[in-house]
Design a protein around this ligand. Sequence first.
Ligand SMILES: Nc1nc2c(ncn2[C@@H]2O[C@H](COP(=O)(O)OP(=O)(O)OP(=O)(O)O)[C@@H](O)[C@H]2O)c(=O)[nH]1
Ligand SMILES: [Zn+2]
Length: 230
Amino acid sequence: MNTETISKKNGKNLNGFSVEDIGDDHLFTGLETPMKPNAFEMSNTEKKERISILFSEIMDVIGLDLNDDSLQGTPDRVAKMYVEEIFSGLNPKNKPKIALFDNKYQYNQMLVEKNITFYSNCEHHFVPIIGKAHIAYKSSGKVIGLSKLNRIVQYYAKRPQVQERLTNQIANELKTVLDTEDVAVIIDAKHLCVSSRGIQDDTSTTVTTYYGGEFNTASKIAELQNYINN
Ligand SMILES: Nc1nc2c(ncn2[C@@H]2O[C@H](COP(=O)(O)OP(=O)(O)OP(=O)(O)O)[C@@H](O)[C@H]2O)c(=O)[nH]1
Ligand SMILES: [Zn+2]
């Protein structure tokens, strides 16, 4: 496939890179979740109907009896779960509305929201990623409601993900909303694609970090690690 074909097919600008530069597999794995341009032309109802049909087929192919009363509702359940629950963060309509407050409290130090539990799904195997996100920011004049930090994590987690992208998407959203570079995101997660299948390592977890602005110094990183580990 040449650059022109891929660029047109996916409606993305390759910013001067050729397929040879980036490699087919990595063309669209930047900050944005790789989506097709017409991803939301179909209504949620249509998506659920289609997924249900396709999932029935998967179940049929692996040999399950779709007439069994425990299994017959599964295609519809999976379709609902994909569209309304675990992949609902693909739809920008579900992005949390963030209200900011003036920083009347004269609080000018870092705020850390730690141990935000999230469930995501690995985009390579469609099995769960279970983790904790820790977020820190320093106000540039506005203060965010605490729960909105959790909501931002949940929104981006509810997509097929890789942990690196999840980390950077959360950081980017925080920087935009809070109008500051002074944000940090640390994610420690267990990938079921590593523990329940494949290499079957049940003890390893994956840590990814984003340290922006004032957080990108050895002393701030050490301070953050101290809060998170205690
Ligand atoms: N960098 C990164 N890799 C991930 C993430 N989630 C899963 N992976 C890896 O994606 C890779 C996919 O590799 P493949 O060799 O194509 O898939 P596979 O044959 O199923 O690989 P195994 O898991 O080793 O059996 C695996 O090494 C996964 O562990 C993630 O969030 N970030
Ligand atoms: Zn995986």
